[in-house]
Design a protein around this ligand. Sequence first.
Ligand SMILES: NC(=O)c1ccc[n+]([C@@H]2O[C@H](COP(=O)([O-])OP(=O)(O)OC[C@H]3O[C@@H](n4cnc5c(N)ncnc54)[C@H](OP(=O)(O)O)[C@@H]3O)[C@@H](O)[C@H]2O)c1
Length: 243
Amino acid sequence: MTMKHLLITGGSKGIGNGLALRFKAEGYTIWSFARSTNEILAEENQITCDLTNLKEAEETFSKTLAKILAESPQEIVLINNAGTLGTVDRLENNSVDSIDTAIRLNLSVPMALTAIFIKKLEEADLKKEIINISSGAAVSPYYGWSTYCSSKAAVDMFTQVVAKEQETASYPVRILSIYPGIVDTNMQTEIRSRNKEQFELIDKFIESKEQNLLSSPAEAANAVYELFADSSLKSGEITDVRS
Ligand SMILES: NC(=O)c1ccc[n+]([C@@H]2O[C@H](COP(=O)([O-])OP(=O)(O)OC[C@H]3O[C@@H](n4cnc5c(N)ncnc54)[C@H](OP(=O)(O)O)[C@@H]3O)[C@@H](O)[C@H]2O)c1
C-alpha cells in the first residue's frame, strides 16, 4: 500500500471515476464509495454502499479510515464527489422523498464524511485535504433545479465555515470547493432528457453537447487535480476550473 490515500465518493462513474484514475496515476491508493463498481478500478478498493443510508455511510467510511490510519499514511485526501440532480422541475413538482434524498446525497453526506474525517484525524500530523465537488449552480438560480442549486450553495458555505474552524486546529485540514465545468457524464444526459416545462434552459444544454463544448471526465479531473496541487489556494476557497 502507498503512503498517499484518496477516499472518494462516486468513484465508479463520471467525474469521480476520472478523479480516481488521475489520483491513481499520481501514486495514491484509491478507496471509492458508490453503489456500483467499475472494472477500470479493479485493482483499487471499491466499497459498495448507498451513501443516502447515512448509518451505512458512517460505518463504512469510519472503518475504512481506521484501516488507512493503521498503515501510517503520509497524506489522506477526501473528495466529496457523489451527487444527484434530484428532480428537475418546478419545486412544487418535487416529492418530499426526492427533495430529502437529493439533499442527503449532495449535502448531508459530504458534511457527515467531512465531520468524521476531521474528528478521526484530529491528532494526526499528516497532509489532510478535502475537495468538495460543487457546481456553478451554487451561484446561479436555474429554473427547475431548486434542490440541486440549494444543495451546492450549502456545500460552498460549509466549505467556508470548516475552513474558518480549522484555523485553530493543531493539524489543520485544507478544504476547497471546486466547480468542475460542464462535463460529459450521465448527469448531463439526464439534464438533456428533460422537457422545456421542467427545465427552461434545456436548449442551451443540448446545443452545448452538439457543439462539443462539454469536457470529458478525464479533462475535468485533470483541471481539478491542478487546482488541488496548487498550494497557493487557501483553505475555504471556492474555485471554478474555468476561471
Ligand atoms: N457533469 C457535470 O457537468 C457537472 C457539473 C458541475 C458539477 N458536477 C458535480 O460533479 C459530481 C459528479 O457528477 P457526475 O456528472 O460525474 O455525475 P454521474 O455521472 O451521475 O456520477 C455520479 C456518481 O455518484 C455516485 N452516486 C450516486 N448516487 C449515489 C448513492 N446513493 N450512493 C453512492 N454513490 C452514489 C454514482 O455511483 P453509483 O451509481 O455507482 O452509485 C456515480 O459514481 C456531482 O457532485 C455533480 O453535482 C457535475
